[in-house]
Design a protein. Structure first.
Lengths: 345, 509, 311
């Protein structure tokens, strides 16, 4: 058996291969779910209802906004060859910063929302700056450092929610409700302002990557940083810019979830977004617009997962499992895109 | 006296392609036991590919292999080894952290580990003594010199019982003295009854040591002749196929000193100092060629000059006309050096010269974008980039460009180098650092590259040409510095006496 | 005070074991050149399998641990196929494996009702009469079987790597797969074996965590220990004994947490829980400050091997 490298494959064929592998991944997931007791007819039902049922559709759109944000956050980091796996930790600190603005009544009420968003972004940037600095100064691999810092961030959150920020009214480990001025406004049909905000950011990030000089430099940093350096690419400023953007967007996601959905800071608001961001960026090949589309699909998965949790007691982490299966199938398909197998006697 | 036996190795009508690229086109080779058989050809002629087929690393699309008259087919390197073929590659297949004994043991298992190691150590010492040198099996390979590592490779093959030994460009990184010793050893091995194939492009080695020579070009076998009966010119014509014009030396004289390098040194983490104390100057309008055998600090010097590596001592400065003080660029970033007019043509062009996954346009435009030539920070000017790239591709005659958006990695070696030159030289640089600019290129591409460097010199640039190819340096340099053990040990003005330069290259060993 | 120290030391070994076994398993696969980031997931698989086997097959702790090893090895086949055969980027494959395992174990654990059920698990095995010695008796000779076996396992693996032909070949593949290929070795076979064998140990580490240490299965119970093991391997510069030292360090930190409260020192609970992660970061920084990690790294780590690619 001989392996031959294909010289290139037309883009449409590649897209078909990826789509097929996604379908295979979903099929495998379905098999596992059925094996765990979900009736097959219900599987299709629940998934289809995301698109056809109005209420589910709204839930999907609301869920899409933070997913878009972590998706483009991951993608801009990956473009700089920075494995930002600390999206959840950055979200946590974004949520904490935004909640702090609410609790300490920072600024006039009219400005409260923008201030929350701003501080959330700054907090996300600060939290990602730590592993970025560790990599720059001490060559510490950011895969491990960003992941470990997620755990640290989570414990900081618990310390606040079980401690000084615990809601005195009901004694549960979540913060008190935000004031009305601190919640993202509805723009109709139960969808909040997070979605248009996310879409605007998608366009901005897309522009940044495709049309700006920084984006051009990023192409080289991604493809061949050694050569880029020799040819004059200012690697360190460009990488820092991309990494800080990544942290800021994730931090913003940490504001959008509490302010847009629950209305307060809760224990597990960030769960599932970390790997989702990575998956979205991976499937979208780090392209911001494709990321928005993929994020919408993942939002459907999230909503389906939530209803499975309610109706069939299937834990929400099945969503993570399905995402992982899809990533593995798509990654495996790249092998078949790149190689042709020939049998030789 | 040669024993008459069946032909040692016979390769017949071997064809092999990699995708679109036809590496071997019905090539054939026939080698007898007891002879040193040279395989001669330019880079890219197919010599290494043909030998990789013999070694079982490539499987041929068509053709036959026969060892000692018996037809065989190799599923992998192990099969080839079992038929008595041992190949010593250009980049040695040695595990650096292992000892000599462990490396030999890896390829030649001898029972359990402990006893096997002892047995192997004995065999190594025996074989080494028989060939006239000593080798300590307990030494780690990364502590041996290149020539010593090569001997480990040979011993490894002999211990495996190789009767057919293939050496791929064995003298490329050796000094003249080491090369002579190696080739003499190789002749002894042949006289012991083995068949030795010497893959090389060095005519002198062929004429001095080979019994027969087969010439390859473009994946085909052209002829097999007796090197003692054939002149060097005839061999060259066979290798190259047509008359080659070397650029004539213009009578221009050089201007003021442009680049000053003083006492440049660079050390590695482990404490080695490949670059010890390099001192030289280059004037504008001259090509300063740095000759020397590879491994004497050339790579470190090239990197230090363009900013890829920080020197541990010494200084690099640029004198600008009209400015009283020289600019110290010893610790400048590559970007700052480019602002001063330094251009870099690196040796490893696929890795440091181009981003192979990006398009031709991108690879050209990156050289100019930060000066603001292609749009502002907020919006790059893609149309302008394409226009400028097309103009450069035309001017520098870069072939194989079906579309400017194609990946730069699809360009052949010569055209990739032309693209790099178009990017670097279009900036009218004042200083050019070219490191092995024609490595792996065919003769026509070589000539094109040389012509560009000479043209840049004529336009007033100070060119530093670092090359392990003595012919290249002697051909176009105006002044020659010989680099040995990290120092410039001698300087010559062109035209230089080849023997004098060669002596300077080895005298300081 | 002395009681606290003794108590701390007595608890240390069993908390160090998961780190030790997991990093040893990672060392085996990384020495063959395969970067294994899936440890966190494989440990979860081993942990669930251990409890599952314990609850389903009559409560034999050793059987449960063997099941954990088999489960870890089995799931790693998926990873090996992706990474060795299909040459998928090893970081993506490792990450996906972790999340796949997290989701899968949570799902199966819930559906099969193995979650949150305490098991009596592995018992302590005092070694009479040594366990009667003061201090040392409690710390060294009143532990469970796996703790006792840890050092022999380390000895066996070290012997394998450094004093056998198979170990030589494995290391060669991790340093210079081209040389190994030219020597006629089957790169794929060795890497597969290294990944699967190493993952059996990682699975055992997880099984010990649930059956031996915590004596329960809870979703996500490894809490990042797998990632710490990955960092430990770098810190240990891929040498088993240094990994053991690192494991003792982290076991010590974990064992310290309850003792601090017992000593009456008032530290906020969650900050104590953060210490293992912060300690890992500190260790990685210190490692770099001290000197190059890279020089001991298996030279071919993380790169898939291709023999004939010409593009």
């Amino acid at each position: 058996m001989i392996l031959e490298v294909r010289l290139d494959m037309p883009a449409w064929k590649q897209a078909v291969a990826v789509a097929c592998s996604i379908l295979i991944g979903m099929f495998i997931s379905a098999v596992i779910l059925v094996a765990c007791g979900v009736p097959p007819s219900q599987l299709v039902n629940e998934f289809a209802s995301n698109v056809f049922d109005a209420q589910s559709l709204h839930a999907v759109l609301v869920q899409a906004a933070p997913l878009i944000l972590v998706g483009i956050a991951a993608s801009i980091g990956f473009r700089a060859r920075f494995w930002n796996l600390g999206l959840e930790g950055q979200m946590v600190w974004g949520g904490i910063a935004a909640t702090a603005v609410s609790i300490y009544h920072v600024g006039p009420e009219a400005l409260r929302l923008p201030l929350m968003a701003l501080f959330a972004m700054l907090a996300g940037m600060a939290w990602v700056a730590i592993p970025a600095l560790l990599r720059l100064k001490f060559a510490v691999n950011e895969i491990i450092s960003t992941l470990l810092l997620n755990y640290v961030a989570t414990y900081c959150l618990y310390d606040l929610l079980y401690g000084s920020w615990k809601d005195s009214k009901d004694g549960f480990p979540h913060s008190s409700l935000y004031a009305n001025a601190e919640r993202l406004p509805d723009i109709g049909h139960g969808i909040n302002a997070a979605l248009p905000l996310a879409l605007v950011l998608v366009v901005m990030v897309w522009w940044f990557a495709e049309f700006s000089r920084f984006g051009f430099y990023l192409k080289f940093i991604y493809a061949n940083p050694a050569m880029g350096r020799l040819v004059g690419v200012p690697i360190i400023p460009v990488v820092w810019t991309a990494v800080l953007m990544s942290g800021a967007l994730a931090g913003l996601g940490g504001f959008v979830v509490p302010s847009g959905i629950a209305g307060r800071l809760t224990q597990g608001f960030f769960e599932g977004y970390g790997f989702s961001g990575v998956l979205i960026a991976f499937l979208a090949r780090n392209n911001a617009i494709a990321a928005a589309i993929v994020a919408a699909l993942i939002a459907m998965l999230f909503v389906t997962g939530q209803s499975f949790q309610i109706f069939y007691q299937i834990p929400f982490s099945m969503v993570q499992m399905i995402q992982a299966i899809i990533v593995m199938c798509v990654a495996a398909s790249e092998f078949f895109i790149r190689h042709r197998i020939r049998l030789q006697r | 006296m040669l024993l008459i036996m069946a032909t040692g190795l016979k390769l017949g009508s071997i064809t092999k392609s990699f995708g679109d690229f036809l590496a071997l086109d019905a090539a054939h080779l026939s080698v007898e036991y007891g002879e040193v058989h040279a395989l001669l050809g330019e880079n890219g002629a197919g010599k290494s590919s043909l030998m990789n087929v013999a070694a079982g690393l490539y499987s041929p699309d068509a053709g036959s292999i026969a060892v000692a008259g018996v037809p065989c087919r190799f599923a992998g390197p192990r099969d080839s080894m079992q038929h008595g073929i041992g190949m010593i590659h250009q980049n040695y297949k040695l595990v650096k952290r292992f000892t000599v004994a462990e490396n030999v043991l890896l390829a030649n298992p001898r029972g359990n580990f402990r006893s096997g190691k002892a047995t192997i150590e004995r065999e190594i010492k025996e074989k080494a003594n028989a060939l006239g040198f000593s080798l300590d099996p307990a030494r780690r390979v990364d502590r041996l010199s290149i020539a010593e590592q090569q001997r480990v490779e040979i011993i490894k093959a002999l211990v495996a019982g190789a009767r057919i030994l293939i050496l791929d460009e064995p003298t490329a990184v050796l000094t003249e003295g080491e090369a002579q010793r190696l080739l003499a050893m190789v002749r002894d091995i042949a006289e012991g009854g083995a068949a030795v194939i010497l893959v090389t492009h060095k005519l002198r080695d062929v004429k001095a040591f080979a019994h027969r020579v087969t010439i390859m070009r473009g994946g085909k076998t052209l002829a097999t002749v007796d090197p003692r009966q054939t002149t060097a010119e005839q061999l060259t014509t066979l290798m190259v196929g047509s008359h080659v014009v070397t650029p004539s030396r213009s009578a221009k004289s050089a201007g003021a000193v442009r680049l000053n390098v003083t006492g440049l040194a660079s050390s590695t983490v482990e404490g080695h100092t490949p670059l010890l104390d390099a001192t030289f100057s280059v004037r504008s309008g001259e090509i300063y060629g740095i000759a020397g055998v590879g491994g004497n600090g050339q790579t470190e010097l090239a990197e230090a000059l363009v900013g890829g590596r920080q020197p541990s001592a010494g200084a690099i400065s640029i004198e600008e006309p009209g400015s009283p003080t020289a600019a110290d660029i010893t610790r400048a970033t590559p970007r700052q050096r480019r602002d001063y007019g330094v251009a870099s043509v690196p040796a490893d062009r696929q890795w440091f010269g181009l981003a192979t996954r990006l398009s031709i346009v991108d690879n050209f435009a990156i050289g100019f974008i930060h000066e603001g030539r292609f749009g502002s920070i907020a919006l790059i000017d893609r149309t302008g980039m394409r226009r400028a790239t097309q103009a450069a591709v035309n001017e520098f005659e870069v072939q194989g460009v079906r579309s400017l958006s194609q990946r730069a990695g699809t360009l052949s070696g010569g055209n990739a180098q032309k693209l790099i030159l178009s990017r670097e030289l279009s900036r009218a640089p004042s200083i050019i650092v070219a490191h092995s600019p024609t490595r792996g290129l065919d003769v026509r591409a070589c000539a094109a590259v040389h012509a560009r460097l000479v043209a840049a010199r004529d336009a007033g640039a100070a060119v530093v040409l670092i090359s392990e190819d003595l012919d290249e340096v002697l051909g176009i340099a105006d002044r020659i510095g010989v680099m040995t053990r990290g120092r410039i040990v001698a300087e010559f003005d062109a035209p230089a006496d080849r023997n004098a330069v060669g002596r300077a290259m080895v005298d300081h060993v | 005070m002395q009681d606290i120290v003794i108590s701390w030391l007595a608890n240390l070994p069993s908390l160090a074991v998961p780190y030790a076994l997991a990093s040893l398993g990672l060392i085996i696969s990384e020495r063959s050149g395969v970067l294994s980031l899936g440890a966190e997931g494989l440990m979860l698989v081993g942990a669930l399998a251990g409890v599952a086997a314990y609850l389903s097959f009559g409560g034999h702790p050793l059987l449960a641990l063997v099941a954990a090893m088999i489960a870890g090895a089995f799931v790693s086949i998926l990873f090996a196929v992706l990474v060795v055969l299909l040459r998928v980027n090893q970081v993506i494959a490792g990450l996906s494996l972790v999340f796949f395992c997290q989701g899968l174990t949570n799902l199966i654990g819930t559906v099969a009702n193995w979650s949150n059920r305490t098991v009596s698990g592995l018992h302590v095995l005092p070694l009479y009469p040594l366990s009667e010695l003061p201090v040392v008796g409690r710390v060294l000779f009143t532990q469970d079987l796996i703790v006792y076996l840890t050092i022999p396992i380390f000895i066996a693996v070290t012997y394998f790597l450094n004093r056998t032909n198979a170990g030589l070949r494995l290391r060669a593949i991790g340093e210079n797969p081209e040389a190994a290929d030219a020597a006629g070795l089957n790169i794929y076979l060795y890497r597969f074996a290294a990944v699967i064998g190493g993952s059996a140990l990682v699975g055992l580490a997880g099984g010990y965590l649930s059956v031996g240490s915590a004596k329960i299965w809870i979703a996500g119970m490894t809490s990042g220990r797998g990632w710490i093991a990955v960092a430990l391997v770098i810190f240990a510069r891929w040498h088993p004994w240094r990994a053991l030292a690192g494991a003792l360090l982290f076991g010590g930190i974990e064992a310290l947490i309850p003792q601090v409260a017992a000593a009456g020192i008032r530290v906020p609970q969650y900050f104590m829980l953060m210490t293992p992660y912060l300690a890992t970061l500190a260790v990685m920084v210190w490692q770099e400050v001290r000197g190059r990690i890279g020089s001991d790294e298996p030279a071919a780590l993380g790169q898939p091997y291709v023999r004939e690619e010409r593009t």
